[in-house]
Design a protein around this ligand. Structure first.
Ligand code: ADP
Ligand code: MG
Length: 503
């Protein structure tokens, strides 16, 4: 076992996690009916006879849902089944009027594939088992004030893609990073709006622990995690709880559990059903789903450049590290911003450093996204070229950046892919601010040389110390020179001139 793996053990236990994610597909209408899928409508205003399971109705497959499944398969390198089958998953619940959910069981539409991402600077790959199409159920609304529960069937029949991983993850942090990557991909390719508060992307975390080298332990499945923060908290609680149980000599019972964000605890909801309990069988109302290769090719030709392909291109075209390229391709918006800013200054590494540093720090602080970044891509591009050509020190550039940030407009959107060449920011503000604040770095060697000689003449003690071998004495002199130049001298140049003068 490698040291990296060893260090992951929690109190001598290895954590094993597999994820099942429900991504709500962004179709206008439901998976087997024409009722709309819009979120937040008055209860039961978006449920048609098919969704209500009225006698005599039949499901009709929504092509848009299938197309989105194909897109996911293409994005994750999966096999897209030429023929897959819909099955009935039978159970009773008030929000399920048919008495069964239409899902896929033995032959899902998307098979295999993988998701790769960075955990810190370590690259991880999680294998997928499958992704299958299914319909969502309705919602029970518990109206305590009248002591009754109501059923809202607006959500019944909403298209879902359930994406299932192998039990490949070995820590809660890795599982959260996987979920973030998957979220990035489904929104990037536009098959899901990714809105977690509205339940468009919800994860079930299957968690078990074992002593290293032992077979897989018994898992408990934490249902419906719809925030990355809760995901992490729920898994961490669950891991500690399972280890405690085992150390107390108890056996883990397979179960479905819910996370309570208020207490930070997970609690068993029911003992886990097995597949057999659902009496799956092929749905006689729906023919097998046949996907011709020409359709797959058609969808492929319409796919956007994928994040990992774009990242590989960034490495080659811009000479960036794999890590930087991956960071820059976290969203379409960030990647477009980077490319547009780089176009202005031709300094990809510097732009990348600014985006990963000051820009993201300020965005986080102000809780803004790059789409509405107050400093526009062309302004950052010009700012970076002023650093590259020696006009600005890093410190001075930060001051200009702060002014741009403060006066920037966050209601004005930033570039998106289609209008990347369009100028969005008042780019001449960059030079105007440099001028107004007198931030231009001193590049006049003659003037700087004079300051250097003056400072040497005025500080004989430091000069003697330096000549006696005290390297630190040089810093005192550099400090004096920077001060005399009102901070405008280029520190590297100062060092060079000083050493020359003292040699
Ligand atoms: P089911 O369909 O009954 O939920 P699956 O066998 O399809 O069961 O597994 C569901 C999820 O649980 C998958 O993501 C899988 O990787 C994960 N899983 C299976 N066994 C374990 C285990 N021992 N520990 C953690 N996760 C597991
Ligand atoms: Mg399951």
């Amino acid at each position: 076992m490698s040291t990296a793996q060893k260090s992951l053990l929690v109190q001598g236990f290895e954590v094993v996690i597999g994820f099942e994610t429900h991504a709500q597909l962004s179709t206008q209408s439901k998976i087997f009916s024409r009722a709309p899928t819009a979120f937040g409508a008055e209860p039961n205003t978006q449920a048609c006879p098919v969704d209500l399971a009225l006698p005599g109705t039949l499901p009709v497959m929504n092509v848009g849902a299938v197309e989105r499944a194909i897109k996911l398969g293409l994005a994750l390198g999966s096999h897209i089944a030429e023929r897959s089958v819909f099955a009935r998953k039978n159970y009773f619940y008030p929000d399920l009027p048919k008495g069964y959910q239409i899902s896929q069981f033995e032959i899902p539409v998307v098979q295999g594939g993988e998701v790769s991402f960075f955990l810190g600077d370590e690259k991880k790959t999680v294998r997928l088992v499958r992704a299958h199409l299914e319909e969502d159920a309705g919602k029970s609304l518990h109206e305590d004030f009248v002591g009754m529960s109501g059923i809202d069937l607006n959500r019944a029949g909403t298209p879902l893609l359930e994406i299932v991983t192998e039990p490949d993850m070995r820590s809660s942090a890795e599982a959260v990073a996987y979920a973030k990557e998957l979220h990035k991909i489904v929104t990037w390719i536009g098959i899901c709006d990714g809105n977690m508060q509205e339940g468009s992307f919800r994860c079930d975390a299957n968690v078990s622990v074992r002593k290293p080298g032992e077979p897989l332990g018994t898992r408990r499945e934490i249902k419906n995690l719809n925030s990355f923060k809760f995901m992490q908290q729920a898994m961490d609680y669950e891991i500690r709880w399972q280890i405690e149980q085992i150390e107390d000599g108890n056996e883990i019972q397979q179960a479905t559990v819910l996370f309570n964000p208020d207490t930070g605890e997970t609690r068993a909801m029911r003992t886990k059903e097995d597949a057999a309990d659902y009496r799956y069988f092929p749905d006689p109302d729906l023919p097998p789903l046949v996907i011709g290769r020409d359709w797959v090719e058609q969808v492929k030709s319409e796919m956007p450049e994928l994040p990992r392909v774009m990242a590989a291109r960034f490495e080659v075209d811009y000479g960036l590290s794999e890590y930087d390229a991956t960071q820059l391709t976290q969203s379409v918006a960030l990647a477009s911003y980077f490319e547009a800013a780089t176009k202005v200054c031709n300094q990809p590494k510097l732009v990348s450093n600014w985006l990963g540093g000051e820009v993201s720090r300020r965005l986080n602080q102000d809780e803004l996204s790059i789409e509405v970044c107050p400093v526009k891509h062309d302004q950052l591009g010009l700012l970076v070229s002023r650093i590259a050509d020696g006009t600005l020190s890093n410190n001075a550039a930060k001051q200009v950046f702060d002014v741009l940030w403060a006066e920037g407009d966050i209601t004005q959107g930033n570039i998106i892919r289609v209008n990347m060449n369009e100028t969005m920011g008042a780019v001449d503000r960059v030079d105007a601010i440099i001028e107004a604040k007198g931030l231009k770095q001193m590049n006049d060697t003659g003037a700087l040389e004079k300051i250097v000689l003056d400072v040497i003449a005025a500080n004989p003690k430091n000069v003697d110390e330096f000549k006696a071998g005290n390297a630190k004495a040089l810093n005192a002199l550099v400090g004096q020179i920077m001060k005399a130049s009102a901070g405008k001298a280029n520190p590297a140049q100062v060092n060079e001139l000083l050493k020359k003068a003292l040699a």
